[in-house]
Design a protein around this ligand. Sequence first.
Ligand code: SAH
Length: 454
Amino acid sequence: MKKNEIYTAKIEDYTTEGSGVCRINGMAVFVPNAAVGDEAEVRILKSAKNYAFGKIERMISPSSDRQEPDCGIFNKCGGCTFRHISYEAELRFKQKRVTDAFTRIGGVSPEIVYPIVGSPCKDAYRNKAQLPITADKDGRICTGFFASGSHRVIPLASCSLQSEIFNEVIRVFTDWANEEGISVYSESEHKGVLRHLYLRHAKKTDELMVCIVINADSFKGEKKLVEKLKNNFDNLKTVVVNINKEKTNVITGKKNRVLYGDGYITDELCGLKFRISPLSFYQVNRDQAEKLYEIAAELADLKNGENLIDLYCGTGTIGLSMAHKVKKLIGVEIIPQAIEDARKNAERNGISNARFICADAAKAAKMLKSECVHADCIIVDPPRKGCDSSLIGTIQELSPKRIVYVSCDPATLARDVKLFEEKGYKTQKAIPVDMFPRTGHVETVVLMSRVEGK
Ligand code: SAH
């Protein structure tokens, strides 16, 4: 196949990232933003040995899943994958993605995968935004979104996925930045001050956090900005400066300086209050997180007198929401600020049976083993790369009756499930939960139980 050749093809599947796939002359051709069921003329853009990339040149017959994308920069921005198909079709894709991972990678029967739990709210669910600050073609300071797979910023002041109040904050902030005339950070030159506008909105309590990430220790007009934000937003709880002077594409630096308030906001989840600092992880879709935790609690099936270990606990949310059911809860997390939040969260909610350890999950599990800690149930909720293989070995030694695995990546989840199966655990149920509508991501909660006698 050669570049610029045009073939008639039917889109048959999606990749794990949600790009359309068709077969032309027996070869897989990836067609971004195509929908399963589209019949189209596909132009080859790039051809490798075993696969190619193409784009739809002319639609012959569109898929019945299609709908008109309702965002001006869909296709360009790296945020949404599925604004061009119905939500039902998106859920079908996510269900299949999880089932495929379990059968192909995990070697587990597809029957254990339950129907996906969809999100009632498909827009404005994101309670967090990290917006690169840039200048538009007229030199006006604005915020934007990274173009798919790159660090080029597309100027845009609003996004359908994020909390509506963010659009207002962006307007007030950029007006101020333009009045004040502060320089904008350039990644390629590593110069300029304003890097990111980082916003968090606690959906249940309505508290707002504004964090400005800068390539400096301070910026001109800090007080004026705080006044402006206070005058415009009654629910503003804190303004924080995050200092990031590194030449890196990691958004936040390690140092924060509080300009207003306490440096954190508080949200409610599963009837408990949680404080959220700029550097702590907090689920971006609060309402679905509540559902996710309810499912995790159901699968954990904790009984009076049992001990629970919550690995990769963030600010302690999952474990603390179940603490009232157990004798002892131990949470482990690597980010010091998150552990500090977790301890404060336990205190604030009157939970006295929780212990939090700031360490790598694999190392902490080894330490708990050497302390002869007994665990009836272990919850793991690792980042996308999944669990460290040494951690899986230590969990086997800790020998909990039940393991509840919360995962945001079906492939690494299925890989780890296979390892747990080899170590004497049987996968009972996998429940996909859609935490991130319109994107390609899908969360899954899995219950594995120890096979007695192994
Ligand atoms: N269970 C929490 C957080 C899940 S996100 C919740 O639902 O809110 C994953 C968490 O794992 C993050 O807070 C991240 O900081 C933490 N983490 C990443 N690598 C880790 C490691 N090696 N050991 C322990 N925690 C880690």
